[in-house]
Design a protein around this ligand. Structure first.
Ligand SMILES: Cc1ncc(COP(=O)(O)O)c(C=O)c1O
Length: 339
């Protein structure tokens, strides 16, 4: 089976598993796991942030980011395709008591134009908008990246409007490769950053919240409250570190494969794709003559898995365990079924 449903389906390699067994561990709830401490320092340094907190999932690091930046009763802005709005089971409202205002941007990205009339709080009866959430790369938006200029403009708007910025960087590694923006730049535009090691980098588990020391101290308490305090978790931090060291440079290959498939899809009479959305490892396309579920069933019979993203919309995602031979097989099948 060639599994293109997500870049989260990678399996740990023998080398990664061996590396994990060598990790020096301690009880991380006591802040005594040397591997976790070293990894948090390493990643926060890469991004130019003061401190980091290793957590089980991107959902938890996003939710902790929202938690440390808001007070109950406030409002946060996010693109209507954003992960925090669509796929975190109303967590921001439930855990932080905030209202999400989903703004219509483009391809999952927001611009100053999109958000300029959405900041509220001048009257007692209005919600008070306090946080701008950005996603880079965008998942539901097709894996597109922000440019430096777009981020600088959003950050100065946020400053003028007294908004803090949370960056959902589940696939920030792909954005760094595709946009050429250095990791440390993101500390200039965001107060809190969530990064994941369990997407294209291929770790089995693990994300990190990056923020100031004070915010991380606060986040540690909520991580414990939410059941995310882990004990000898250096094993997993070691896997995440291995993934970062060995697989970051492979992301470029995933982007090239995504481009190749997108151009084949573009030539198929029964499929439609907006080629300008394909910037990284995600390919989102429409099926023209049948439902997405029927098309997915046909693909499954041919040994290829993708995922439904709408009544006629399909997403496929590349990761380093999809080989060139796999891609050739996918291209052959797509041409045969939808050419
Ligand atoms: C953009 C984005 N943010 C956050 C997450 C959540 O990550 P996790 O599945 O580790 O909770 C995902 C998951 O795919 C994502 O795509």
């Amino acid at each position: 089976m060639i599994d293109l449903r997500s870049d989260t389906v990678t399996k740990p390699t023998t080398e990664m598993l061996e590396y994990m067994t060598q990790a020096e561990v301690g009880d991380d709830v006591f802040a005594e796991d040397p591997t976790v401490i070293a990894f948090e320092e390493k990643v926060s340094k890469i991004f130019g942030m003061e401190a980091g907190l290793f957590v089980p999932s991107g959902t938890m690091s996003n939710q902790l980011g929202v938690k440390v930046l808001t007070n109950p009763g406030e409002e946060i802005l996010i693109d209507y395709k954003g992960h925090i709005y669509n796929y975190e089971t109303v967590g921001a409202s439930f855990l932080s008591g905030v209202q999400i205002n989903p703004v219509h941007g483009k391809k999952g990205k927001l611009s100053v134009e999109d958000v300029k009339d959405s900041v509220r709080g001048n009257y007692d009866w209005e919600p008070k908008t306090t946080v701008l959430c950005l996603e880079n790369t965008t998942n539901k938006g097709g894996g597109v990246c922000y440019s430096k200029e777009e981020l600088i403009a959003l950050k100065s708007f946020a400053d003028e409007s007294n908004l803090k910025v949370h960056l959902d960087g589940a696939r920030i590694w792909n954005a760094i490769i595709a946009s050429g923006i250095e990791a440390s730049f993101f500390s200039e535009i965001a107060d809190t950053i969530s990064v994941c090691f369990s997407k294209g980098l291929g770790a089995p588990v693990g994300s990190m919240l990056l923020a100031s020391k004070a915010q991380i101290a606060k986040a540690r308490r909520f991580r414990k409250m939410w059941g995310g305090g882990m004990r000898q978790v250096g094993l997993l931090a070691a896997a995440a570190d291995f993934a970062l060291e060995h697989n970051f440079s492979k992301l470029e290959g995933d982007h090239q494969k995504a481009q190749k498939l997108a151009s084949v899809i573009n030539d198929c009479s029964k499929l439609s794709i907006a080629l300008d959305t394909v910037e990284t490892n995600i390919v989102i396309f429409d099926v023209l003559e049948e439902s997405a579920s029927d098309a997915l069933a046909k693909l499954e019979k041919e040994g290829i898995r993708m995922v439904q993203f709408g009544p006629n919309t399909i997403r496929c995602t590349f990761h380093y365990q999809i080989t060139v031979t796999d891609l050739e097989e996918v291209i052959r099948t797509i041409k045969k079924l939808f050419g």
